[in-house]
Write a protein that binds this ligand. Structure first.
Ligand code: HEC
Length: 192
């Protein structure tokens, strides 16, 4: 737990300091693995929302200056919010010392890379798709112990559902507004 305490305080700085400890706040100065994944989820979702509204929505729909497109490099367009999330997650995963990793996955991915990669991811994604609620699990991967959290990712607006239903690579074509399209998986390494 000591490691979690340290990484949370160092990397998330004031956000965690204000909400849960790091020598002040709640008292014991420690985060449980679930508090850490919930905190990371709050930051990841806030970044995604900020990009979707302050960049994509504003420049594409309000200012009509530039579109967000899947093949953004070739088309000189903005990356889609899901692609921004994936690029940041990949940067984190390149750091071998990172104590956490995350991904936006789905049982019906447009991009094959976003499908479940382990049996427990298949189960976790199925549970969030069925319940629409977050799900937590302890996992052992490659002999190491992890705490994994799955948060549902819902098609909150028509644009999500329409693009996913119409996309030629989509494995599912009957999404309706409010349905779970996938899930954000956050995995935290536990001390031996
Ligand atoms: C214009 C089309 C478009 C819109 C709008 C869109 N997506 Fe996607 N979404 C994609 C594409 C393309 C990918 C694959 C991106 C990648 O990783 O390369 C993707 C990836 C995802 C994934 C990961 C699994 C997968 O299918 O690869 C989830 C979950 C997801 N989107 C949810 C959403 C939600 C929720 C919204 C609305 C808030 C949304 N998307 C809006 C096109 C779209």
């Amino acid at each position: 737990m000591k490691r979690i305490e340290k990484v949370a305080c160092v990397s998330l700085g004031l956000f965690v300091l204000a909400s849960s400890g790091c020598g002040g706040g709640r008292g014991d100065g420690k985060l449980t693995p679930q508090e850490m994944t919930d905190t990371l989820f709050a930051v990841i979702s806030a970044n995604r929302e900020a990009y979707a509204s302050a960049v994509v929505d504003r420049l594409q729909y309000q200012e009509q200056l530039i579109e967000a497109k899947e093949h953004f490099r070739e088309d000189k367009a903005l990356p889609l919010p899901a692609q921004m999330l994936r690029m940041s997650a990949e940067t984190i995963s390149q750091n071998k010392d990172a104590l956490f990793s995350y991904a936006l996955l789905s049982p019906w991915p447009i991009n094959k890379q976003n499908g479940p990669r382990t049996e427990s991811e298949t189960v976790g994604l199925r549970i969030v798709a069925e319940t629409g609620k977050s799900h937590y699990a302890d996992e052992t991967i490659g002999g190491k112990k992890y705490f994994s959290a799955y948060y549902p990712d819902k098609g909150v607006v028509e644009a999500c559902v329409k693009c996913h239903n119409d996309h030629p690579d989509s494995r599912r074509k009957d999404f309706r507004v409010g349905d779970v399209l996938g899930g954000i998986v956050i995995r935290v390494r536990l001390d031996e």
